[in-house]
Design a protein around this ligand. Structure first.
Ligand code: NAD
Length: 245
C-alpha cells in the first residue's frame, strides 16, 4: 500500500482502469469469481439479440430483474477513493469495463469516465442511435412482454451496453487508447484481465513505459509484467493509499 502511495505521488498522469471487482463491495456480483454471474447464466450474444425475439425477451427480463438493484446500489470506498484522486487532479481518466455508472455517482465527472462496455442506465436504438429511457422500455416490457421499437426509426432498442459479439464503441476505444498512451501510471482495480480488447490497455500502457499496478483479489494473467500486484480488497487498500498521500 505504501509503494502504491509512492507511485501515485511520483506519477504525473494516472489512469485508473476498473472492472467488476470494484463494484462487488457495493453488492453487485462480478462475472468470474466463484458465485459470479457467469456461474449462474449464459450471456445473450449480440447476433441472437438482433435475430431472435426470444433472446431479446430474455435480455429485457434480466434487465428488469436488476432494476431494483440498479436503483438502490451506491458507490463504495473504492469508488470514493478513485473520485478523490480525480478531484485532486492525480487521476486524469477512469477507463471502466463496468456498466453500473457508479464512478459517475461517486462524483467523477462524465468527461473523465470512459465506459468501454457502455451503461445499463440508458437504452439506445441499434439503428439510429437515439436514446431511450430504460424506465419507459421496462414499463412497456412489463405490459406487453417485449421492448418497443424505436419511436424515430422503428429500429431495435437495446440497453446501451456492449454485449458479447457486439462491436466496441469507436469513440470510447480511441479515448481510452489516447489516455493509456499518455499515462505514466496505469492502475487496474478489480479486473480479471480476461476480456479483450479491454484487457489490452494495461499491456499497451506497460509497453509504452508506464508503471502498471494491479489491485485484485486473485491472480491475473498480467501480474508477471506488473510493477506492483496487491491481492486484497479494493476499498480498504485504496482508502489507505489515498490517506497516505
Ligand atoms: P471479472 O468478473 O472477470 O473479474 C473481476 C475480478 O475482480 C476478479 O478477478 C475478482 O477476483 C476481483 N474482485 C472482485 N471483488 C473484489 C474486491 N472487492 N477487491 C479486489 N478484487 C476483487 O470482471 P471484469 O474483468 O470487469 O470483466 C467482466 C465483464 O463484466 C466486464 O466487461 C464488465 O462489463 C462486466 N460486468 C460489469 C459489472 C458492473 O458493471 N458492476 C458486473 C459484472 C460484470
Amino acid at each position: 500500500m505504501r509503494t502504491l502511495a509512492d507511485f501515485l505521488r511520483e506519477a504525473r498522469r494516472v489512469v485508473v482502469f476498473t472492472g467488476a471487482g470494484i463494484s462487488t463491495e457495493s453488492g453487485i456480483p462480478d462475472f468470474r469469481s466463484p458465485g459470479g454471474i457467469w456461474s449462474k447464466m449464459q450471456p445473450v450474444m449480440f447476433a441472437d439479440y438482433l435475430t431472435r425475439p426470444e433472446a431479446r425477451r430474455v435480455s429485457w427480463e434480466r434487465r428488469l430483474a436488476m432494476e431494483e438493484t440498479w436503483r438502490a446500489v451506491k458507490p463504495n470506498d473504492g469508488h470514493r477513493a478513485v473520485a478523490d484522486l480525480v478531484r485532486r487532479g492525480i487521476v486524469g481518466h477512469v477507463i471502466t469495463q463496468n456498466i453500473d455508472g457508479l464512478h459517475q455517482l461517486s462524483g467523477v465527472p462524465d468527461d473523465k469516465v470512459i465506459e468501454l462496455h457502455g451503461t445499463t442506465r440508458l437504452a439506445k436504438c441499434l439503428t439510429c442511435g437515439a436514446r431511450a429511457e430504460v424506465a419507459e422500455i421496462l414499463a412497456h416490457f412489463e405490459k406487453h412482454g417485449d421492448a418497443p421499437d424505436c419511436k424515430l426509426c422503428g429500429g431495435l432498442i437495446k440497453t446501451a451496453t456492449i454485449s458479447f459479439g457486439q462491436p466496441m464503441p469507436e469513440a470510447e476505444m480511441a479515448r481510452a487508447e489516447a489516455a493509456t498512451l499518455a499515462c505514466d501510471l496505469f492502475l487496474v482495480l478489480g479486473s480479471s484481465l480476461a476480456v479483450y480488447p479491454a484487457a489490452g490497455f494495461p499491456l499497451a500502457a506497460r509497453r509504452n513505459g508506464a508503471r502498471l499496478v494491479i489491485v485484485n483479489r486473485e491472480e491475473t494473467p498480467q501480474d508477471r509484467i506488473a510493477n506492483l500486484v496487491i491481492n486484497a480488497e479494493i476499498g480498504p487498500i485504496m482508502t489507505a493509499a489515498v490517506q497516505a498521500l
